[in-house]
Design a protein around this ligand. Structure first.
Ligand code: SF4
Ligand code: SF4
Length: 347
């Protein structure tokens, strides 16, 4: 499932659409028992599809199932994971972390020195050797309604997934790798938060799959970890979509890293690999308006039933051409050359 916005209601999955008729494979139809669990509430409406105004997102998944409109589907997924001997071992069901003490005397560093020190810690052994680090100032519209924080900085961490394992999606072996990396990302965020606290600053770490206070994907994009792809996930210039995110909120005086634009948007307009590969046809060829922003957005109401019966799926990020090992840097170079040619032609 993409970040949060997997538009049509469940009822609209019946009957072939023009797009479905263009596909090479038939559209997967959700079993009745899963559709019954979906209930009457559209996740796309909760996500703000078609809304012209920017607002804070509503929490739709990965929290207390009793508090969620689609909590019954989440619960079914959890039960399937728990019933699987290998997956049960990677689930953090009784997850608890006691944050370390905050040192009474804050360490003094320039913002540049902070950026360097954070990167050194996070990419080192004590930081669980994360592959990607970026920093930005959190925006109110990224916080889930009711979960705001006053901490002024957000450090975004990215941990690479083994693409060979990811490519087995929707088998359980892909889910195993996803959760191993969720666990590494969470451990890295907590270690970095404790490091900040030892330096005399407030900090809290959050990682998936449980929802934290804030949407990680928009923060990661602003912090320079990549661009949003048509499949609703982030694409990085080194790792494609083969990575997971975690975050640390802190009041240490940090320095923002720059957003990174390398042609993903342009590429996605000309590609339909994820659209064709998605069994329930949840990835539309065009952007749509979501809470005041025109963007790629996965159809939650179509994605979730398949996601729930396939160990969290992940087909779309596995098949994305940017995700194959070594592909992303080459594609980024190709897109840079294309952009340069276009600029020269118009100059
Ligand atoms: S490929 Fe799977 S995870 Fe991706 S949008 Fe489709 S159903 Fe959801
Ligand atoms: S598969 Fe193609 S269209 Fe989908 S996100 Fe990747 S590059 Fe974009």
């Amino acid at each position: 499932m993409g970040t949060e916005e997997p538009g049509r209601s469940v009822g609209e999955t019946n009957g072939p659409t023009l797009r479905a008729m263009q596909r090479r494979t038939p559209v997967w139809q959700a079993p009745t028992d899963v559709l019954d669990l979906m209930g009457e509430v559209s996740g796309n409406e909760l996500n703000g599809w078609g809304e012209p105004t920017v607002r804070q997102p509503t929490l739709v998944m990965w929290a207390n199932p009793r508090a969620l409109a689609h909590g019954a589907v989440q619960q079914r997924m959890t039960e399937e994971f728990v019933a699987h001997p290998e997956l049960r071992r990677v689930l953090r069901l009784d997850d608890h972390h006691e944050p370390g003490e905050i040192a009474s005397t804050p360490v003094e560093r320039s913002p540049e020195e902070w950026l360097s020190a954070v990167t050194t810690f996070a990419t080192g052994d004590d930081g669980h050797r994360v592959e990607l680090v970026g920093i930005t100032e959190p925006r109110r519209e990224w916080y889930f309604d009711g979960r705001e924080s006053a901490l002024p900085w957000i450090v975004v961490l990215g941990v690479a997934m083994d693409h060979e394992q990811l490519a087995t999606a929707p088998e359980h072996t892909s889910a195993l790798e996803v959760h191993r990396q969720y666990n590494r990302g969470t451990a890295a965020a907590r270690a970095l938060a404790d490091w900040f606290r030892r330096q005399g600053f407030q900090a809290e770490g959050h990682g998936g799959p449980g929802a934290g206070p804030i949407q990680m994907v928009p923060a990661a994009i602003a912090a320079g970890l990549g661009e949003l792809g048509k499949h609703g996930s982030i694409i990085n210039r080194q790792l494609g979509s083969s990575f997971r995110l975690s975050v640390v909120l802190t009041d240490a005086p940090l320095l923002a890293t720059e957003p990174d634009s390398f042609g993903v948007d342009d590429f996605c307009y000309g590609c339909r690999v994820c659209t064709d590969a998605c069994p329930p046809d949840a990835i539309a060829p065009d952007k749509r308006l979501v809470r005041g922003i025109d963007k790629w957005a996965v159809d939650f109401d179509r994605c979730l039933p398949y996601f729930a019966v396939s160990y969290g799926c992940g087909i779309c990020i596995a098949v994305c051409p940017w995700s194959a090992p070594g592909s992303a840097p080459r594609l980024a170079e190709n897109m840079a050359r294309k952009l340069a040619r276009r600029r020269a032609g118009s100059g």
